[in-house]
Ligand binder design. Structure first.
Ligand SMILES: [Zn+2]
Length: 379
């Protein structure tokens, strides 16, 4: 077993075990994405630091959100905490702790391990990380060079133009049969890479949209902490003081094709909207939000399906309605097919639905307390 294999083998429980029982963190807390948070044993004596050392399960990386700002995998953390001289010593230490002993053959394999460090070094400069809040680790933009700069024909045929795909860095992984969709935070830092698969096996397994792997590393990110397209469209949102929220990335790309610099659309990348996503939009000073999710109603007013879907949209709208004018799009006009995005039938249909948007009034004025950019609305 080499260091990479051992690292891949270690579960979150293993990590918690060694960090709390051996490296000296007094237990652990959890963040909202299920990542454990430890005391900052990286720069404090055991049992003394604050809980600001995050372990990102997807990248197997520790990040200390203080001035220390260490980015380390388990070996590097062990090396620092146990004052070991080398990566090799740290690997032996970890292997030993979990009951594996490194053989000489494993030692020979150390040359391969350097690729681990290359990947870790690709994380952007620590200075780019805002220490005031927990942020998603960023990825070097160079990583996108891994993929072919080809615009997918399937999306072109669906009405997304080449200029849009180029500006959003849409690429192809031809061997993996995937459209590559880079995800950025509001500042334009690359934080995740998702793929739209055309591979029959993956589609059969329901993996149409999934994070992309490069050399065994999965480039996923907490999707609910960000809004797809916001880095590109925040100026248009600030200028127009409104935003449309779609479910999927493709809808934002279609809107970009139609509206260019005036595109004020973003995607939640899922069928819910998180508090962080709400904060992101409110922080831009919007006064109108339009929720434009995929059609899940039938075309009958009052049918069980329609009522249920409307309730779902109203629940999402309630996150914004105490602060800004909030609308939902509900296709009761047989303009869309089931599961269509409101933009899937073209610009005219989208604009028809926008003209028929439904205002969701707020019934919870008290919730505006403490909100800077919000405003009260009379009911
Ligand atoms: Zn630290």
């Amino acid at each position: 077993m080499d260091a990479k294999q051992l690292k891949d083998l270690l579960t979150v429980d293993d990590i918690i075990s060694i960090v709390t029982k051996d490296l000296g963190s007094n237990g652990n807390e959890w963040d909202s994405n299920g990542n454990p948070i430890f005391q900052t044993i990286c720069h404090n004596p055991p049992g003394h630091g604050k809980y600001k050392l995050y372990y990102y399960v997807d990248t197997k990386t520790f990040v200390c959100y203080t001035e220390c700002n260490i980015h380390a995998d388990i070996y590097e953390l062990v090396r620092v905490v146990k004052h070991l001289n080398s990566f090799k010593d740290a690997y032996y230490y970890v292997a030993n702790y979990f009951g594996y002993d490194g053989s000489s053959k494993e030692l020979e394999e150390f040359k391969e391990i350097t690729s681990d460090w290359d990947l870790l070094n690709r994380y952007d400069d620590i200075n780019n990380i805002d220490n005031s809040a927990v942020t998603t680790p960023t990825i070097s933009h160079n990583l996108l060079e891994y993929f072919s700069p080809i615009c997918p024909e399937a999306w072109y045929k669906e009405g997304i133009d080449v200029e849009t795909m180029k500006s959003y860095n849409i690429k192809m992984d031809v061997s993996m049969e995937k459209i590559i969709i880079p995800h950025y935070d509001i500042e334009g830092n690359l934080i995740g890479i998702r793929g739209r698969s055309f591979n029959e096996l993956e589609l059969a397994e329901g993996k149409k949209y999934a994070p992309v792997y490069i050399e065994n590393t999965m480039y996923n990110h907490p999707i609910g902490d960000h809004l797809y397209g916001l880095n590109f469209n925040k100026e248009a949102i600030i200028k127009s003081k409104k935003a449309v929220i779609f479910e999927g990335e493709k809808s934002v790309l279609k809107a970009q094709t139609f509206y260019k610099d005036n595109n004020f659309c973003v995607a939640a990348c899922g069928s819910s909207i998180s508090d962080k996503q709400v904060e992101l939009l409110l922080s831009l000073g919007v006064n109108e939000i339009i929720i434009a999710f995929d059609k899940e109603n039938d075309d009958i007013i009052g049918s069980e399906k329609t009522v249920k879907y409307r309730e779902k949209l109203e629940t999402l709208a309630a996150k914004f309605s105490p602060y800004v004018n909030t609308y939902i799009l509900l296709d009761l006009y047989q303009k869309l097919e089931y599961k269509d995005s409101p933009i899937d039938k073209g610009k005219d249909t989208l604009e028809f639905l926008l003209e028929h948007k439904i205002l969701i009034p707020s019934f919870s004025i008290n919730r505006t307390k403490g909100r800077k950019n919000g405003k009260n609305r009379k009911i």
